[in-house]
Design a protein around this ligand. Structure first.
Ligand SMILES: *Cc1c(COP(=O)(O)O)cnc(C)c1O
Length: 457
């Protein structure tokens, strides 16, 4: 088989700035050992997130010029609405400025104290928006999904038995919506099988609970279904996506992922009265229902991006580029979540740095080392992001300590990725010299964005 190449050529380039290791040692210290606090200009390869970092196509840029900026009834809104309906088949499409705005509106409407929202694994903003209303966010990931070293096809699946048990214990009336995140970002970007979506739907239906997809990476998930699940090899990505959404009563989406844009999102629902309540709130917090916090040009770019994401050549390259990086790291003995997911490589910090306990944030230690060694920016997804405290102030760590290297869409070439691999392997070889960290400042919510750290001796 021949090399799978980038299915595009480059028309416009953006230089990246080189720094020295000595400069980076100072810069990361000034940033409180939190890469979110670095100036992006001081980063060589930015793998902090795949969110809003996509390179837009020439057609998307053409759409930017073509956007209709009418306050109400913009033609760009109707193009956007058509594009979302074509894929989701959902009835009411509400544009928002990004995914969390859709979450905020939805949970403000259906959440509140005493309510519970199950998911395979809640993403950080989803969890925060649920908890902000006084509700509880519950993760019901299948057991295999919690073990980074076990290779399985659909490690994003929800544990259906646990879901049913949870509903019986909690009472269906206290569960306004059940969620499935496709792919499961916080659990390693792992896909959810069509079989699981169907089974979760059937349990939800039995108890009268609506099922929503957190659909940020629906196309990457659809591609995994095509490649790995029996009966889907000959179906198009659009057909698979449509089937996925056919089991859903609604969806939230950050268009900053699989719609290949730098800003945007939506909430989509089938229930007319829920749509009306959400639109009323949208007008207060985002804008009129035909733009919802976006410019007409943004809606145009989302509509175009949703067409491009369904291209199988693109998805083959996308998934292969992550797998390529995973193969090389595994061959060098670097512990990662296997098999790699759709949008990122997740280093297993527990196995990478077994001598640093969760209370000393092994993931953060790797994140800082990757920056110092090679100017690469990544993010901790472990006790910094999801750790809680018990009543005595002792850390309750999440099940996994991970470092995520998210790959922006259509941005870096294979030689960039080869460089990243070299840096990771170098840090891995020198892992015994890495130190733990302690937090010296933290915000009450989503602390990972602004926390400040100090190195331990
Ligand atoms: C990014 C993301 C969100 C939130 O979207 P934003 O556009 O960043 O607000 C929600 N869920 C998942 C799974 C995500 O990856």
């Amino acid at each position: 088989m021949k090399t799978i190449i980038e299915p595009f050529k480059i028309k416009s380039v953006e230089p990246i700035r080189f720094t020295t290791k000595d400069e980076r040692i100072k810069l990361i210290q000034q940033a409180g050992y939190n890469p979110f606090m670095l100036h992006a200009d001081d980063v060589l390869i930015d793998l902090l997130t795949d969110s809003g970092t996509s390179a837009m196509s020439s057609k998307q840029w053409a759409g930017i010029m073509d956007g209709d900026e009418s306050y109400a009834g913009s033609k760009s809104f109707y193009r956007f609405e058509d594009a979302v309906k074509k894929i989701t088949g959902l009835k009411y499409i509400i544009p928002t400025h990004q995914g969390r705005a859709a979450e905020k509106i939805l949970f403000s409407t259906v959440g509140g104290p005493g309510k519970y929202f199950p998911n395979n694994t809640h993403f950080d903003t989803t969890r925060a928006n649920i908890e902000f209303t006084g509700s509880e966010a519950v993760d019901l990931l299948n057991e295999t999904g919690k073990h980074p070293e076990i290779r399985a096809d659909f490690k994003g699946d929800m544990d259906v038995e646990k879901l049913e048990g949870f509903i019986k214990k909690t009472g269906a009336e206290n569960i306004p919506i059940c969620f499935l995140t496709v792919t499961n970002n916080s659990g390693g970007g792992q896909p959810v099988s069509m079989k699981n979506i169907k089974e979760v739907k059937s349990v939800c239906k039995k108890y009268g609970i609506p099922l929503f997809l957190d659909a940020c990476r629906f196309a990457e998930n659809a591609y995994f279904i095509k490649k790995r699940e029996k009966g889907y090899a000959d179906k198009s990505i659009l057909e698979i996506a449509r089937e996925m959404f056919s089991y859903a009563d609604g969806a939230t989406m950050s268009a900053k992922k699989d719609a290949l844009v730098n800003i945007g999102g939506f909430l989509a629902v089938n229930d007319a009265s829920l749509a009306q309540q959400c639109r009323n709130l949208l007008i207060v917090t985002e804008g009129f229902p035909t733009y919802g916090g976006l410019a007409g040009r943004d809606l145009e770019a989302v509509a175009q991006g949703l067409e491009e994401i369904l291209d199988e050549h693109y998805l083959q390259y996308r998934i292969r580029s992550i797998e390529y990086m995973g193969d090389k790291l595994v061959a060098a003995g670097v512990p990662i979540i296997e098999p790699p997911g759709g949008h990122a490589i997740y280093i297993d910090a527990k196995r990478f740095l077994p001598e640093i306990p969760p209370e000393q944030f092994p993931g953060q230690s790797i994140v800082c080392a990757l920056y110092i060694e090679g100017g690469i920016r990544s993010v901790e997804i472990g006790s910094v992001m999801f750790g809680k405290y018990d009543k005595d102030g002792k850390l309750i760590p999440p099940p996994m300590e991970l470092v995520r290297l998210a790959i922006p869409r259509r941005v870096y070439t294979q030689s960039h990725i080869d460089y990243v691999i070299e840096v990771i392997i170098e840090v891995f070889k020198n892992r015994h010299s890495l130190k733990g960290y302690k937090i010296i400042y933290e915000a009450p919510m989503l602390r990972h964005f602004t926390a400040q750290f100090a190195e331990l001796n």
